[in-house]
Design a protein. Structure first.
Length: 401
């Protein structure tokens, strides 16, 4: 019988982390349905992912709000969590709060267990992260722990040569060279080095460097990412193959996004915004290939929208005999309600792969990401077929065992 699975959220009290916990606990108690969960599709149910009632939550958070305070605030602002659901889950959320420790913002100043501390180096940070996760595992007798990064996007640093090999990265870690390690990479290192799974739902660096792929394979760990595909890019990667397959020349594909949550506020920083827009644009160019013309993505912070993001896309394309045509669409959705079920899916999928003694990048999870690990496939239908093929093979092995 499968034991409990730990889900360690980096950014546990942010909108996505909080709604992941609220949603999972509501489903486990029969207070909410399972719409939005890919792992609950009929063709996938038989494989036996960890049950949602078997997911145990913990994590790190740098903000001052508790989990319940974050849920109450979100309920008032976004209208996704009802007051009755909030009342039903209040005691559970306060209990889970005990499993959420103070985390680590961007170097060089870190938060240690709820107090500001003197700057500490990357090696001490990795040890502290690993210790918190290991204590969480021991307290709950967990079979697997999946570390999921749902923190605010960090500024994308310039690549370092130390990222290319595990030996060089370890040397930099031992020398406490903080400039080599974005915070997301420290969490990825701590997780993978301990044999745990790591999922990067953000555009931050995380495990997306050769050195950490090498570490994952050496330790028998799995990882997936990066940058969850939940809104405009999901629509783009489902729609763009239409133009490619019909040999229609796309002269321009212009995307404009507005959002008002903390992620939107962070994207006011050009370096942070660059990491996000690069991943959104890369997938389109990969799908269209030689039929791609001019494309750009713009993101603006609009505080009044809060968590309800809006995207407007305009596609100018050319058909037979040079006929110029156009298509446009508007997408509006609750950012965190689109993301949270995918976080639950990814925790279940990564835990299953870990239980099968897999290692390295989980390329079959490409459909969840704008910039998938281990594969350069971006068309949503092709990505989803990779997941289907994985499940079919896993079911075949399970039946013949």
């Amino acid at each position: 019988m499968r034991g409990k699975t730990g889900v360690w959220l980096v950014g546990a009290c942010g909108n996505v982390g909080m709604l992941t916990i609220v949603g999972a606990r509501a489903i486990a108690r029969g207070l909410a349905g399972r719409t939005g969960l890919v792992t609950e599709l009929r063709e996938f149910r038989e494989l036996g992912w960890p049950g949602i009632d078997q997911l145990v939550f913990g994590g790190h958070e740098t903000g001052a709000r508790t989990l319940y305070e974050a849920a109450r605030d979100f309920s008032r602002r976004a209208g996704v969590i009802s007051e009755s659901l909030l009342r039903d889950l209040k005691d559970e959320l306060e209990t889970i709060q005990d499993e959420i420790c103070a985390g680590y913002p961007a170097p060089p100043v870190h938060t240690l267990k709820g107090r500001r501390a003197d700057p500490v180096g990357p090696r001490a940070t990795v040890r502290a992260i690993a210790k918190d996760i290991d204590e969480f595992r021991t307290r709950h007798g967990l079979q697997e722990v999946v570390v999921v990064n749902v923190a605010t996007t960090e500024a994308h640093p310039a690549p370092c040569p130390e990222w290319e090999s595990l030996t060089a990265l370890r040397r930099a870690l031992d020398d406490d060279r903080g400039n080599v390690f974005p915070t997301s990479m420290l969490y990825a290192y701590a997780a993978l080095d301990a044999g745990d799974s790591y999922v990067n739902f953000t555009p931050s660096v995380g495990a997306s460097v050769p050195a950490l792929d090498e570490l994952a394979r050496a330790r028998g760990s799995v990882y997936a990412g990066r940058d969850g595909k939940t809104g405009e890019t999901l629509v783009k990667t489902a729609l763009a193959p239409l133009f490619a397959h019909r040999n229609l020349r796309v002269h321009a594909w212009e995307g404009y996004n507005m959002l008002g949550n903390p992620d939107g506020a962070a994207l006011r920083d050009p370096a942070t915004k660059g990491a996000k827009t690069d991943s959104k644009d890369r997938s389109l160019r990969s799908i269209l290939g030689e039929q791609a013309g001019h494309s750009s993505v713009h993101i603006d912070f609009v505080p009044s929208l809060d968590d309800w993001k809006v995207a407007f896309d305009y596609i100018h394309f050319e058909g037979f005999l040079g006929a110029k045509m156009a298509m446009q669409f508007t997408w509006q959705g609750c950012d965190s309600a689109l993301a949270a079920p995918l976080v639950i899916d990814l925790a279940r999928l990564a835990a299953y792969s870990s239980s099968q003694n897999e290692s390295g990048a989980l390329s079959h999870l490409a459909c969840f990401f704008k910039d998938p690990a281990g594969v350069d496939v971006h068309a949503f239908s092709e990505q989803f077929e990779m997941l289907r093929a994985y499940v079919r093979q896993a079911l075949s092995r399970a039946r013949s065992a």
